[in-house]
Design a protein around this ligand. Structure first.
Ligand code: MLT
Length: 226
């Protein structure tokens, strides 16, 4: 599916501090009330990767899609540094999480969307920074769709996430975001009182049609509360 984007040399990249795409809602009448999907790509991805997924999940949502600023090995975009596969640089993760929350807040003013109606949609590294944002900057998101997420960090004090709706879709055979990781993250979010729906796919780390189908259904069912 092709999605029209804002101008290629986005004039707001510099203002907002992230290379990004912003796609307004095609439905102008729902422009003020609707959701904004914050699309967060996986390691090695970019701001274009998840645009078709975002549009498929919600045909009327605004889409905001930044590119991670860390360049692993000088060329692989990510949202935060890691020391090894699955071993995160927590100091950098905290810094990048706050930085990304600041980007969303500024973007809501520039693009005039409701900052109380932002849902993160993250895959792998993008899901991990989305989970970190729920734990460190909960006011930034009203909910999240997390594909193949791990425990990003455990904060000293758990936030109150009782108004957050979170969908997790994890792979039963995922060697990176393992079953135990997904269950631990789900438990952590639930201890913070979030409403978590964890669903399992018969897959590995890759995203499948079943993930997208399940996420779409969840979004339709939960939209009014997001
Ligand atoms: C991460 O680094 O966030 C996770 O290991 C997932 C990945 O990006 O490979």
């Amino acid at each position: 599916m092709s999605v029209p984007t804002s101008s290629p040399a986005n004039k707001s990249d510099q203002q907002l501090g992230f290379t990004h795409r912003y796609i307004p809602s095609p439905d102008r009448s729902s422009d003020i009330a609707g959701l904004t999907l914050l699309l967060l790509h996986g390691t090695g991805g970019n701001e274009d990767d998840l645009l078709p997924l975002g549009r498929e999940l919600d045909p009327n949502a605004r889409l905001l899609s930044p590119r991670g600023k860390i360049l692993e090995g000088g060329r692989i975009p990510r949202f935060f540094r890691r020391l090894a596969e699955g071993v995160f640089d927590i100091e950098d993760l905290e810094f990048r999480t706050h930085e990304l929350a600041g980007f969303v807040e500024k973007a809501s003013r520039i693009y005039e969307f409701d900052p109380r109606k932002v849902i993160a949609v993250g895959y792998s590294n993008g899901a991990n920074i989305a989970a970190s944002m729920l734990l460190l900057n909960p006011q930034t998101l009203s909910g999240a769709i997390l594909f193949r997420a791990m425990v990003p960090l455990v904060p000293e004090n758990l936030p109150d996430l009782s108004d957050k709706h979170i969908f997790m879709s994890s792979g039963l055979r995922d060697p990176i975001a393992t079953r135990q990781e997904a269950e631990t993250l789900s438990g952590l979010l639930k201890r913070a009182r979030a409403i978590v729906d964890l669903q399992w796919q018969n897959s590995g780390h890759e995203l499948t049609r079943d993930d997208i189908h399940a996420a779409k259904q969840w979004l339709v069912l939960n939209k009014k509360q997001l």
